[in-house]
Each structure stands twice: as C-alpha cells, then as structure tokens.
Design a protein around this ligand. Structure first.
Ligand code: SF4
Length: 323
C-alpha cells in the first residue's frame, strides 16, 4: 500500500468572467503536490491567490479543467458525483468561518450527524446518537450541548462542532480551509493543538490552508506558497522558515509582525510593494514581477518554472535557475 494520501498533478481551474467572453480568472494554474499519510501540507498565500479554489477542486466541489487528483491511489478526477460517493467519506472539510458554516436552524446533534445521514451509515437513531456523543466528547464538548443551536456557542466551540462533523466519518484526509483565521489568538492555539492531537491518534492527513506563514508553522510537515494560481515555492516546513528563497515567500515572512526593531528594519527592506494583481489579466513573465524587489529584465518576459534547487526544495524564480 502506498504512503501517499493525496497526489495532485498539473491541476487547473479557470472560471469564466461573466459578461466578458474569452476572459478567465486563473484561479488554479497547473499546480502539483503530494500529501503523505499522517502528514500535513500547509498551503499559504494572500486572499485571491487560488488556495481555496485548489482545495475545492481537490474535494471536487469544483470540477477541474485539467490535471489529475488521486486519493489514496485512486484517480477521482473524472468520477461522476455518484461514483465519488464512497471517496467523499475519505475527505472532509473544516471551513474558515465557524459562524456561517453551521446551519443556524439545526441542532448540534443534527449538524454533526449530517455526514452519517448523507452516507446512510447508521441503522438506528441510538447508533447515530452514540457516534455523535462520542464526537462531542472527543472535541471537548458534552452530550448536554447536543440539543442546542450553533448561535448559542462561542467561535472556538463552533469550530469544535465543525471538527466533530468533519471527523465523524473517520476520513483519511481533512481539508482545513483557514480554520483558525476567524478565531481569537488564544483560541487558535487550542484548535491547532486539537487538530495535531487528532492527527497523532488517527493518522490523518491535512491540507491546511492559511494566508499567513505563521499560522501553518506548527502544523505543517511541508509548505507550499501560492501566488496568482501557481505554487512558487514548496519544501519542508523547517526549510521554508530557515531558508526561504522566493522573494514572495520572503515578503510573506516579513509581513509577520515582530517586536525586535532591528529585525523589523530588515523586514521592511524585504517587504513587497503593491497589491495582488488581477488573476484575470496576469502580469507577463514572472507573475510576481510587478511587486518583486529583485526583478531583472528576464522576469518581465519569461515565466520561471518550478524547479528543485536543492533536495526537496522547489522554487520558481529566475534568481535560482541555472541557464
Ligand atoms: Fe522576482 Fe524575477 Fe524571481 Fe519573479 S523571477 S520572483 S520577478 S526575481
């Protein structure tokens, strides 16, 4: 049996621009990565860089335009929704906003049991309740919470309910779509600790999406940095913090606030200019050239490919290519 839980190859997902024929949002543009069983890939980039579209394509909420997605060795790229049903159990999602991702009209019991009902898992109501109660305890809530509604809970508790719903089918892969960015800093650590503990106990794989490199630091085995639909740097987590190569990664690291004034000065020097360009009208050559502090002539004309510059460390930047 393979150690690979998810293998994504050359995935593309474009969205047509409404009322503008022939123009597309290049949300996910030829990206490849793998996630081993029991491991976490952190996918990081600013809002609008395509990381959520990537996650939704992986889980087949969106149908990819091209490329392949293999889940636990099975190619699910072209499966119909009916064929996908058994594989849906293996992948679940935790959403960013614990306020809007839970149905306000359903009790916590029904929210957590939803996947069991969708997959027709339990034969009796008792069986269903038992599994729901088990999950409530596992995420630090109790049976008394089962008949309450989502609005009666704090943000952290709601995210625990979302985690219980994601775990109840015992999936192998969980897509965590910015699961902590809407929470208070004090609660973020609790949720991250809970997710890592579940990973340790159950051997889960995570695709952990965040807009900030500080958020994935303690959960990821590998980190991929996305910019305008492409992965621009991919390597082991420790390596990306110790030895970031792509100027965009350096800029993202520089945007993490630090109290030390000397460090802050060096951060300012490496910071990025301007805003993310439109994913519809992409810059020519390197997509990052309009903001890069190290831009050279070739960058404006030739798009660099993602190449391995040292074992396990891939980067797409002309500064590191040997011509
Ligand atoms: Fe900057 Fe050029 Fe590297 Fe792009 S290819 S990141 S513009 S140096």
């Amino acid at each position: 049996m393979s150690d690979i839980m998810l293998e994504v190859k050359n995935l593309k997902k474009y969205f047509p621009v409404r009322g503008s024929k022939g123009r597309f949002v290049h949300a996910v543009d030829d990206i490849s990565f793998t996630i081993e069983k029991g491991k976490t890939l952190g996918l990081v980039g600013e809002s609008g860089c395509g990381k959520s579209s990537c996650a939704r394509s992986v889980i087949r909420i969106y149908d990819p335009d091209s490329g392949t997605i293999a889940l636990d060795g099975i190619d699910i790229t072209k499966m119909s929704q009916k064929e996908l049903l058994p594989y849906r159990k293996k992948v679940q999602m935790i959403f960013q906003d614990p306020y809007s991702s839970l149905n306000a009209r359903m009790t916590v019991r029904d929210i957590i049991a939803e996947p069991l009902v969708a997959h027709n898992i339990c034969k009796t109501k008792e069986e269903k309740n038992e599994l729901v109660f088990e999950m409530l305890y596992a995420v630090g809530l109790s049976t008394e919470h089962a008949n309450r509604y989502a609005h009666e809970f704090s943000g952290g508790q709601r995210q625990r309910i979302g985690i219980a719903r994601a775990l109840i089918l015992k999936p192998g892969l969980i897509i965590c779509d910015e699961p902590i960015s809407a929470l208070d800093v004090s609660i973020q650590a609790q949720i991250v600790n809970m997710l890592t503990e579940f990973q340790r106990q159950l051997g889960l794989s995570y695709l952990f999406i965040a807009h900030d490199l500080s958020m994935v630091r303690y959960v990821s085995d590998d980190v991929g940095v996305m910019y305008l639909g492409r992965i621009v740097e991919l390597c082991e987590s420790e390596e990306i913090y110790k030895n970031p190569l792509h100027p965009y990664t350096v800029g993202l690291l520089a945007s993490i606030p630090v109290p030390d004034p000397i460090l802050r000065k060096s951060q300012e020097e490496s910071s990025m200019k301007g805003d993310l360009p439109s994913p519809i009208d992409l810059p020519s050559g390197c997509r990052f050239h309009t903001r890069c502090p190290h831009v050279i002539d070739i960058c404006k004309e030739v798009e660099p490919s993602l190449v391995e510059v040292s074992p396990g460390h891939q980067v797409s930047c002309h500064l590191y290519h040997k011509y």
